[in-house]
Design a protein around this ligand. Structure first.
Ligand SMILES: [Fe+2]
Length: 221
């Protein structure tokens, strides 16, 4: 991924790459860290290699946002362990959308509340919610799950307020990467809807963690 490009969007909003090493966003009460940045690389013959970004939110609740693909199982367990966490310590797992490179390890977390797209469940009990009506699912006063469809019909993002870097939006494939103007539309089921949600994200977030690249900063002039 080219980390020197700067994505330009209308209204004086700029997307600015952060240093590759800046993957942790501490804060009070919640901190956000990227456990594994996603990627997407074209290959010859029309195939591509892709994995979704895996992010962890720690604070009053421990929240995993996307689990990577099934091939990430050992990496995920090891990385959580290095942070002193067992899978049972994770209270909430959010799958931003139902693609295999984002929700490949849900079964490591049977005790957690799950939000996958617009489904909210605890074990086999599914809870009513209004994500499909465009309403946010409030985890607490600092963390919300926000419906951000377009890439698929049921994408969600996780908004974390109050980090030292400001509001962090863990956006799944609402954004592919910092400079994705040449790629996101081809991967979108509804680019008109996705564009609206992208613009809203750029109006409200200070840092965006995309589904297939490193975090970037949003600068509004
Ligand atoms: Fe996807």
């Amino acid at each position: 991924m080219n980390r020197t490009d700067t994505g330009q969007v209308p209204s004086g909003i700029q997307r600015v790459p952060l240093p590759d090493s800046q993957t942790d966003f501490p804060g009070v009460p919640y901190s956000v860290m990227v456990l594994k940045p996603g990627y997407c690389r074209s290959e010859s013959g029309g195939t591509f290699r892709a994995d979704g970004t895996i992010s962890l939110v720690t604070g009053p609740r421990t929240i995993l946002v996307d689990t990577g693909g099934p091939w990430d199982r050992d990496f995920l367990l090891q990385t959580l362990k290095e942070r002193g966490l067992d899978p049972g310590d994770v209270n909430l797992v959010v799958g931003t959308h139902g693609h295999s490179d984002h929700v490949g390890n849900l079964n490591l977390f049977p005790a957690a509340m799950m939000i996958v797209g617009y489904d909210v469940s605890e074990g086999d009990r599914y809870r009513p919610n209004k994500l499909s009506e465009g309403e946010r699912f409030r985890v607490d006063e600092h963390v919300c799950v926000v419906p951000t469809p377009g890439h698929t019909g049921q994408d969600v993002s996780v908004e974390v307020k109050g980090t030292f870097a400001g509001t962090v939006l863990i956006a799944g494939d609402l954004f592919e990467c910092c400079a994705d103007e040449d790629s996101w539309r081809d991967l979108s089921m509804n680019s008109t809807v996705q564009e609206v949600n992208r613009q809203e994200a750029l109006r409200t977030a200070d840092v965006i963690i995309p589904g297939h690249g490193l975090p970037f900063k949003v600068v509004r002039s």
